[in-house]
Design a protein around this ligand. Sequence first.
Ligand code: THU
Length: 138
Amino acid sequence: MTDKATLYKSLMEAASAARQYAYSPYSGYRVGAALLGKSGKVYTGCNVENAGYSPTNCAERTAVFKAVSEGEREFFAIAVTGGARDSVDSACTPCGVCRQVLAEFCDPATPVILGTPDHLRVLTLGELLPFAFTSGNL
Ligand code: THU
């Protein structure tokens, strides 16, 4: 039985490893994400930038789209790491588009783990995106 702290740290380590693949020649800002599916499988992602700028895909969405495209639609948690400086206060938080994409597949209680493997900050998706617009609104 893995305790939560160990699980969150290992998910953050996977996000950190994924960050090395960031393709960010325009911003120089490198982000990694790791999404834990209810099957137990971890889907990683990095940001993938584009010369046209707007086609850029964030690390979180890369991870979600990889998972959903492989048949996984329910998730326990996501870890996200990145930032200009190595401090938890400047750590990357999911952008608004990524929060909305996460809200499509994750309930508001889903832990969103930020920071670095040595300094985690755990929030919930509901804290990051209160009053989310979801299928229930339609
Ligand atoms: N970025 C992410 O990968 N995730 C976020 O939630 C925030 C921003 C990326 C997009 C772009 O490649 C770079 O960080 C700077 O915005």
